[in-house]
Design a binder for this molecule. Sequence first.
Ligand code: MG
Length: 279
Amino acid sequence: MEPMAIGVFASVGSGLGASLEAVRRLDVSTVQLGAPRTEQGRSDAPVLKRQFADAKITVTCIFCGFDGSSYETLECVERTVGLVPAATRADRLQQTFAMSDFADALQCAAIGMHLGVLPPDPGSQEYEEVVEATRAVCDHCARNGQRFHLETGQETAQELLGFIQRVERANLAVNFDPANMILYDKGDPIEAVGLLGPLIKSVHCKDATRRRRPEQKWYEDCPLGDGDVGMKQFLEALVSVGYRGPLTIEREYSPDQEKDLAGAVAYLQRLRSEVLAQL
Ligand code: MG
């Protein structure tokens, strides 16, 4: 794969990503793919593997999400997202293992996830249980020769770093989403790149504004380059910590997703050339 290969977040079936057809039209060389949530969907791995190979598209990370997750309010996120909620954890762990096996069938070396909102007290039993669950995912992924990438944003970079150090697994890494840090108000994304440095193994190129329109949902992102991330500074910061992995465009709540994605690909191609030319 070329350095900082451009890609998009894609999904087959449900989810917010672009379809395989849309990805083909965008002419990008990589995707992150939302994991199918059913056994039936995951059984399509051999077909998907062939389709992506035929399209000369590398699947760089399989993203795990679960039915029953809601991002409607921050309270909903706390209650329903990832492996943090205790009531759904055991079932979701089994699903995660199956998604890791699906990734393996696609010869993809990483899975990613919004782990959920970490319990505030690292000394609490709840926190320790999330550490244990994360170790279980890492150990399953290790048997498949994979890394496990935690999406940024629901905590500060310092808190995420503390959590990763506590888990103590060499295959635990970071999927860095700079827009989430703005949306959840968890610090400056450019500084956070410096802090997490070599742990960053994949990224979402997504943008967001600190200032919200009246009635705007808290999670609503914006076209790449129109927000407050500072995409060029973001790419420069990534390069400065040695990152050369894929740049995956994620556009979640757009009235015209495909048009926005096409604009984002062109914009990112230009920035990428400028940043790589400085090396
Ligand atoms: Mg993201």
